[in-house]
Design a protein around this ligand. Sequence first.
Ligand SMILES: C[S@@+](CC[C@H](N)C(=O)[O-])C[C@H]1O[C@@H](n2cnc3c(N)ncnc32)[C@H](O)[C@@H]1O
Length: 272
Amino acid sequence: MEFNRIYNANSDILLKQILGDGIKFDLILTDPPYNLMKDFGNNSDCQPLDEFLATTKERIALCRDLLKNHGSILWFGIHNYIGYIQTIMYEAGLNYRRMNIWHYKNNFSRTKSSPATQYEPFLWFSRSSDKWTYNADDVRVPYKSEERLKNPVYYKGNNGERKAWIPNPQGALRGDVWTYPTLAGKLFEKERTEHPTQKPESLFIDLIRAFCPKDVEGRYSGLILDPFHGSGTLGVCCEKLNKEGHNISWVGIELEKKWCDIAQARIDTIMK
Ligand SMILES: C[S@@+](CC[C@H](N)C(=O)[O-])C[C@H]1O[C@@H](n2cnc3c(N)ncnc32)[C@H](O)[C@@H]1O
């Protein structure tokens, strides 16, 4: 299999072939159909719930088997169904690491009968119970107050001794709420494509930084799979990081030729 390319294919078939070829991934970062009746040009988002869950179960089992021993899955979902999907992951024998939240503020409410949706959850499960990649220092965030950087914070250690906590000049360790705007509005006109559920590059770049293994020189160097590649955000973000000197290999699979063409055009623009 060639890496760093898009496959116009059905993941439910191609993933089995990849497994048969013995290829394993460090990270599966994917944003599958949420079953919210979106029009992707196919009926993948419009399944009766039992079919959606049965298909999801098969996909998660395949993804589990496609992970290296220290590999992880990041699986986006929606509040309606994420509980079912989390259960499927436990039942598949994967190891729970964290339910993360992609939080955004720049959406608008379509109804007054319930709160506006301002987040999408994404699950992090690892194949192993004791080995995984999380590059905490690569995704530090600014401290809430600059004052924090000026002075150590003193606290009592276990034996009552005075200890000093010194703020990290690179920022605070980030939490599990990832706040990045959606691609709505004029600000994101250039990044946005026709794809109805395109993810922001800012979010995917930081997820790759956080969860992709590195080589001894500190370059991101894992093999990443997105079996529901859509407009190609995963491939675009890997190639943007590779342009900075990283060495990420990736595979994107997408059923619809139209989205593959859009993804390829985005990648060609970066490679120019
Ligand atoms: C939520 S979108 C992914 C959006 C993507 N993250 C982006 O930023 O553009 C899900 C995609 O999965 C594709 N898809 C659905 N079923 C598929 C299948 N069996 N194999 C491959 N792709 C599929 C849909 O056509 C859709 O483009």
